[in-house]
Design a protein around this ligand. Structure first.
Ligand SMILES: Nc1nc2c(ncn2[C@@H]2O[C@H](COP(=O)(O)OP(=O)(O)OP(=O)(O)O)[C@@H](O)[C@H]2O)c(=O)[nH]1
Ligand SMILES: [Zn+2]
Length: 348
């Protein structure tokens, strides 16, 4: 059913399959331990083998969207058991804020990341720089895609393109109008058969619109269709991995869409290593930094070593991260309810 080469299977992955048992498939969606696999013959629902669970130690050992895996098909059913993740050519992940610094995987084996920003709104070069670094670290190549060109004057477009070029470290900067399909051919260069592109950008910049145009059909609901206040949309209507008509793959995970919030819009570029170091010195491991004895944070605030304001923004960022985590796991609706519950109990 799928041409594996069109899906991105190449010598790098084939070389790892040598003499190993199992068929190969690419992960199209991953949620709560259930994976949808695109394979040569079909689409399968798959789970991890017991041995896999046993051997996996870190988040990175588990598969995510875009991974190539080895699996065993269950005879007569559209199901499979995954027993190995092939080594990745790139990995986009993010670190959850907080003392544990847990890693969350967003997409694997991505060749190009489109960093999508709208020319007419919320144009933040510092944030673009942070995204750019994150993409470089992942092993994928960044391309800036500036949307909504039709809503700006030529002079403004030129100035903004130039400003982005100055921070882009040589990454291409392309201005487009997805609504009227202007400039889309400049993106086609990255959408070859066997190549994988992923999109990163804030809500409303036009990612769904762009995906629909590139695919030539309405696969992703845009804001214009679903209305501004639709809740929990990613859990039900959102798809994650698409095969383009020309070959080539687009990955659009909810996690990628929310990356910007994780890095902390307000706390732009700030890190809280000082606070985390202090938190590690509290007497109790589960210290909530309120009135516990031996709380290094409260002591530092009392002595003036740590400002109250700084601690408050750290807490704020933590809560934001926690909420996003819940939202991603359970959908916006349930996440809000859980938040309210915790607020009542005083554990939020
Ligand atoms: N004028 C103009 N409008 C655009 C363009 N691209 C997207 N839009 C509009 O911008 C709005 C938001 O676009 P979406 O594609 O839903 O944005 P998104 O990035 O997918 O948003 P989320 O799904 O919330 O992450 C819609 O009303 C689109 O029609 C463009 O190039 N020009
Ligand atoms: Zn403490």
């Amino acid at each position: 059913m799928y041409n594996l080469q069109a899906l991105g299977y190449n010598e790098f992955f084939a070389g790892q399959q040598n003499n190993k048992q199992g068929k190969v498939g690419r992960i199209a969606t991953a949620s709560n331990g259930i994976y949808k696999l695109f394979t040569k013959n079909s689409e399968l629902r798959a789970q991890l083998s017991g041995r896999f669970h046993h051997l996996a130690e870190h988040t990175r050992d588990y598969p995510c969207v875009g991974d190539w895996v080895l699996f065993q098909a269950i005879d007569g059913e559209d199901k499979g058991i995954i027993h190995e993740v092939l080594q990745r050519s790139s990995l986009l992940s993010r670190h959850a804020a907080g003392p544990k610094q847990e890693e969350q995987l967003m997409a694997a084996n991505v060749d190009t990341v489109f960093l999508v920003n709208a020319l007419n709104q919320d144009f933040n070069l510092r944030r673009m720089e942070r995204y750019l670094m994150q993409v470089y670290e992942s092993g994928a190549s960044p391309v800036f895609v500036l949307t909504k060109k039709d809503l700006c004057q030529d002079k403004e477009i030129d100035e903004k393109v130039q400003a982005v070029e100055e921070i882009a470290f040589g990454a291409p900067v392309l201005a487009i109008d997805a609504l009227h399909e202007e400039g889309l051919t400049s993106l086609k260069e990255y959408l070859h058969e066997g190549k994988t592109v992923s999109l990163l950008g804030s809500s409303g910049v036009g990612k769904s619109t762009l995906i629909n145009r590139l695919l030539g059909q309405e696969v992703q609901e845009t804001q214009a269709i679903r209305g501004e206040d639709a809740k929990g949309r990613h859990t039900t209507t959102h798809r994650e991995l698409f095969l383009l008509p020309e070959g080539g793959v687009i990955i659009d995970t909810p996690g990628m869409r929310e990356l910007q919030l994780w890095s902390g819009e307000e706390a732009a570029g700030e890190t809280f290593q000082d606070v985390e170091r202090l938190a590690g010195q509290c007497k109790f491991r589960d210290c909530r930094h309120e009135q516990e004895p031996g709380c290094a944070i409260q002591n530092a605030i009392a002595s003036g070593e740590l400002s109250d304001d700084r601690y408050k923004s750290y807490v704020k960022l933590q809560r934001e991260a926690k909420f996003l985590d819940l939202k991603e796991k359970y959908g916006a609706h349930r996440a809000s309810r859980m938040q309210v519950e915790e607020l009542k109990k005083g554990t939020w």
